[in-house]
Design a protein around this ligand. Structure first.
Ligand SMILES: Cc1ncc(COP(=O)(O)O)c(C=O)c1O
Length: 390
C-alpha cells in the first residue's frame, strides 16, 4: 500500500497535462525559427501563454516561461533589486519574512552577502500570519531606502494565506514594487494578477499537476527587471534560452484543469483535512495543529507531536506506506528545526517535531483512514526513539 500525502512537494501528473505534453513532443521545431515547423511549435507555446494568462488574469505578454519556482523567485528578487539599485543606489532594502521559501530567502541573503543589500524581516505571529502593521510602520520610516517587498501568497509549509492585495495597497503610495511567490497558491486559491497590484509573481507547474521543470514569472508590463541570463533574448529578453514549448503546453493544460475543479476539490479536501485533524487530536491529545485559527488553505494540515523528531515520524510513517514531509522537500535530509516554525517564534524542540500532511487532486477518504491508522504507532515509536536519545 502506498499513500501519497505530500502534494505540496509535488502533485500527481494530471492526465490532461500528460496528453498535452505527448502531443507537443510529436512536433519538431524551435519556436524562434521562421520556417513552418518553427511557427507550428511557436503557436503551441503561444496557446500555452494565453491559457496561463487567462488562468491568473494577466496580459499574455506578462507571462515569462522558465524552469520553475526557484528560477522565478531568483529572477524576481535579483532582477528587481538590480533594476531598483540602478535607478537609486540608496534603495538597498529588501523586505520579506523569515517564513518564506528558501528559493526566495537565499537570493535575498546572497544579495546581502555580496551586493550590499539589507534584508528586513517582518514580524510573523505564532499562527504564521505576517504582521502587516509592521510593514506599514517600517515603510513609513524607511520607504526611501526600500528596493522591493516580497511576501508569499500561501506558505508552502503551514498553508497560511497572506493578504497580498493589502500588501500592495500599503506599498502603493510609496511606489515600491511587490513580488509574491504564489507557487503554493496557484491552483488552490483564486489569483487575479491584474487587480493584485503586484509587480511580479512566481508560479510553478509541478504543483498543479504538470511535469517538474516548468513554471513562469509573471512580470507587469512596465517592469524591466535585470535579467539573470543573457543570450538569444527570448521571453521579453528576461529569460534567454530556447523555449520549452512542450512543457509550457503541459503546464497550461494542468493549470486549466486545476482551476476547473479548484472550488469543488478544495471543499472536498477541506472536509477530509478537518476530519484528519480532529481524529489526530482525539487519538493524540498532546498533538498541536500549528496554524489552527489562521487563514489557511484547506488541503494542508501542519501538526506538531511533542517529544518526537520529524525525521523519526517520517521514517515510521513511510514504513507503513505513508508519504508525508516535515516541510519543504528542498530541505528534506537537512536535519534541524523548520525555519518556518522558528520564524513564527515556535520553540526549537517543537519546531523539530512537526509534519506537513498535504492533500491533492487524487486524495481519497481511504488515504485519510490509512494515515489515521498509522499515526498512533508512528508517534509512539518516535517518542520512544526520542527518549532513548535523551
Ligand atoms: C512556495 C514555494 N516556492 C518555490 C518553490 C520552488 O519551486 P520549484 O520546485 O518549481 O523550483 C517551492 C517548491 O517547493 C515552493 O513551495
Amino acid at each position: 500500500m502506498s499513500v501519497f500525502l505530500d502534494h505540496a512537494s509535488t502533485t500527481t501528473l494530471r492526465e490532461e497535462s500528460k496528453a498535452a505534453l505527448l502531443r507537443a513532443l510529436e512536433e519538431t521545431g524551435n519556436p524562434s525559427s521562421v520556417h513552418s515547423s518553427g511557427q507550428l511549435v511557436r503557436s503551441i507555446l503561444e496557446d500555452a501563454r494565453d491559457q496561463i494568462a487567462k488562468a491568473i488574469n494577466c496580459n499574455r505578454s506578462e507571462v515569462i516561461f522558465l524552469s520553475g519556482g526557484t528560477e522565478a523567485d531568483n529572477h524576481a528578487i535579483k532582477g528587481i533589486y538590480w533594476q531598483q539599485i540602478a535607478k537609486d543606489p540608496n534603495r538597498n532594502i529588501i523586505i520579506t519574512a523569515a517564513t518564506e521559501h528558501h528559493a526566495l530567502l537565499d537570493p535575498a541573503i546572497w544579495l546581502e552577502a555580496n551586493q550590499g543589500a539589507k534584508v528586513h524581516y517582518l514580524r510573523v505571529e505564532s499562527d504564521g500570519m505576517v504582521n502587516l502593521n509592521s510593514l506599514q510602520e517600517f515603510l513609513t520610516e524607511n520607504h526611501r531606502r526600500v528596493a522591493l517587498i516580497s511576501l508569499m501568497t500561501v506558505n508552502n509549509e503551514t498553508g497560511v494565506i497572506t493578504d497580498i492585495q493589502k500588501v500592495s495597497e500599503i506599498a502603493k503610495p510609496f511606489g515600491i514594487p511587490v513580488h509574491s511567490d504564489a507557487v503554493a497558491a496557484f491552483g488552490h486559491v483564486p489569483i487575479d494578477f491584474a487587480s493584485s497590484g503586484l509587480a511580479a509573481m512566481s508560479i510553478s507547474g509541478h504543483k498543479v499537476g504538470a511535469p517538474i521543470g516548468i513554471g513562469a514569472l509573471i512580470v507587469r508590463r512596465d517592469m524591466k527587471p535585470e535579467s539573470l541570463l543573457h543570450g538569444g533574448g527570448q521571453e521579453r529578453a528576461l529569460r534567454s534560452g530556447t523555449m520549452n514549448f512542450a512543457s509550457a503546453a503541459a503546464f497550461a493544460a494542468a493549470a486549466t484543469a486545476s482551476l476547473a475543479d479548484m472550488d469543488s476539490r478544495e471543499e472536498k479536501l477541506g472536509k477530509l483535512r478537518d476530519e484528519l485533524e480532529n481524529k489526530v487530536l482525539e487519538l493524540i491529545p498532546e498533538a498541536i495543529v500549528t496554524t489552527k485559527g489562521a487563514n489557511r488553505v484547506p488541503h494542508n494540515a501542519h501538526l506538531i507531536f511533542p517529544n518526537t523528531q520529524s525525521d523519526s515520524l517520517l521514517f515510521l510513517l513511510d514504513q507503513q506506506g505513508i508519504s508525508v514531509s516535515s516541510g519543504s522537500a528542498c530541505q528534506a535530509g537537512v536535519l534541524g528545526p523548520s525555519h518556518v516554525l522558528i520564524g513564527m517564534g515556535i520553540e526549537e524542540n517543537l519546531a523539530k517535531a512537526c509534519i506537513r500532511v498535504t492533500l491533492g487532486h487524487t486524495t481519497t477518504a481511504a488515504d485519510i483512514d490509512a494515515f489515521i491508522a498509522a499515526i498512533g504507532p508512528a508517534v509512539s515509536g518516535a517518542i520512544k526513539a526520542q527518549a532513548l536519545q535523551n
